[in-house]
Design a protein around this ligand. Sequence first.
Ligand code: 5GP
Length: 190
Amino acid sequence: MEVLKQRILEEGVVHSDQVLKLDALLNHQVDPILTMEMGREFAGRFADAGITRVVTVESSGIAVAFATALEMKVPLVFARRKKTLLADPDALCERVPSFTKGIVTDIMLSRQYISREDKVLFIDDIIANGDAARGLIKIIQRSGAELAGMGVVVEKCFQAGARTIRDQGIRLESLVRIESLEDGKVHFAD
Ligand code: 5GP
């Protein structure tokens, strides 16, 4: 997605060889017009997949997942990062390490909002090692729903996450692929 590459070059900040800060676009501020374009792009790529629900993880995936769900005219469900100790018998939970925070968090999705009748599109902001994605994929699989595929805004190809998802036979579409962040610059894969 050329417009997104351009915005990343203009507004992204290379924090290290591993981390690209995208606070201006994805992780702090959101541009509604650009975000709606991303949603249209994902909706177009999965138009024939029979999607009944879009699923993401709070919080940075929500805006683009909402844009996708609006375009597809289906509900959006976001997995919550669990902060409560109250047991919820309906909850599907997974423990995942957080790439940027260096901590472990529990993510949770209620069985009320996903079922075996669903065909799910999983949307997320950035894929690095893929821990968050693999956690949510396990939850989707345990719900009995069918996972039609996954869409990520930014794929960092130099980290293993995207490959491990594709190796499971899951269709993964990314809007922008980054090959490296060496020398303080963003190098796109294509
Ligand atoms: P993973 O579980 O794939 O290692 O990391 C996924 C999550 O960590 C993403 O949803 C994103 O919020 C955060 N993350 C991973 N790499 C980056 C990065 O380079 N920049 C930013 N801003 N967030 C990242």
